[in-house]
Design a protein around this ligand. Structure first.
Ligand code: PMV
Length: 323
């Protein structure tokens, strides 16, 4: 019997936004993230000759074949490396609070890379696992590691993978404000493609990234939450600005996202260390000190419902579950 593998999600503080190579998922820029304890995926893979085709059971429900795209990219790579031809049964459970509306591709594809390579008997290094996860979803390359990780963009399949930066075993955390939206989603894949191809601001975004990354690594080495937050917020706003200059233009923000951003600015006026970041959706994530989370939550409860607020702390890297 193969074992379950657990991977946690990560949130980028320096965003990955745009691909150099669409098929291999080679990014335009390096990115840097924090892996979190609150959201994770457990996955088990069994290669089975008696199956007619690959099957994905997600949270107990069999998924249509059309939903298997990214999953099969990872499975095919594992089959090729291990010389296996059998179809695979993939069982996956997402531990993401219901209605959270959070993408689970980072934890999901990282857990799949770990579970599939283990089931195939491949003994992959963390670097190799990161490359494999990357083929499923770019951000998954970073979920191999706990704490802070940097995805080095590289130039081809062999050179594009994430590396650990810092275990984040200090006073930093993230508080999620879940915004319930009715907005039509543009997937991260489509959103970044449209931005790279059409946004007048895309070149400007790329030009500033080396400086952001350098400053972020310095702030992390100093365990300076204030600076980490400031750089992350600036970087996220710049990324979201590129979507406004795309053709056709789009945004992931809703009125509720703006309300959440305002609340974070109000927190700062009250003396809290609090900065926001956002991804390809309307939810707002606050970079803060763990030691201030209770106070921050108390303030936010005057603007939001309790079930909209989720606390997260630095989480571990990918690992096998013993039972
Ligand atoms: O890995 P993907 O295709 O889900 O893209 C992730 C893109 C962002 O979340 C917006 C940024 C990032 O670096 O995670």
């Amino acid at each position: 019997m193969t074992k379950w593998v657990r991977a946690h999600t990560n949130i980028a503080l320096i965003k990955y936004w745009g691909k150099e190579n669409e098929e291999l998922i080679i990014p335009k820029n390096n990115s840097l993230s924090l892996t979190l304890d609150a959201f994770y995926t457990d996955t088990r893979v069994t290669f089975d000759q008696s199956l007619v085709e690959d099957e994905l059971i997600l949270d107990g429900e069999k998924q249509p074949h059309s939903a298997l795209g990214k999953v099969q990219t990872v499975l095919n790579s594992v089959r090729e490396q291990a010389g296996i031809t059998s179809p695979a049964l993939v069982e996956s459970i997402n531990h993401v609070p219901t209605a959270a509306g959070l993408a689970s591709s980072a934890s999901g594809l990282a857990a799949l890379a770990g579970a599939a390579s283990q089931a195939a008997g491949l003994k992959l290094s963390q670097e190799e696992l990161s490359k494999l996860a990357r083929r499923g979803s770019g951000s998954a390359s970073r979920s191999i590691y706990g704490g802070f990780a940097e995805w080095i963009k590289g130039t081809d399949d062999a050179t594009s993978f994430a590396v650990p930066v810092d275990d984040a075993n200090w006073d930093i955390g993230m508080l999620f404000i879940i915004v319930n939206d009715a907005v039509k989603e543009v997937s991260s894949r489509d959103g970044m493609k449209r931005t790279v191809e059409t946004s007048a601001f895309y070149e400007g975004w790329l030009k500033t990234l080396d400086a952001d990354l350098k400053a972020m690594k310095q702030a992390i080495s100093e365990k300076n939450v204030e600076s980490v937050g400031q750089i992350a917020e600036r970087n996220a706003l710049k990324m979201h600005a590129t979507t406004l200059a795309a053709n056709p233009p789009f945004t992931y923000w809703t009125a509720e996202s703006m309300k959440a951003m305002d609340a974070v600015r109000a927190l700062r006026k009250k003396g809290f260390t609090a900065y926001f970041t956002m991804d390809a959706g309307p939810n707002v994530k606050i970079v803060c000190k763990q030691s201030e989370m209770t106070g921050i939550k108390d303030f936010l409860l005057t603007h939001f419902e309790a079930d909209q607020l989720i606390e997260a702390r630095p989480g571990p890297g990918i690992h096998t579950l013993e039972q």
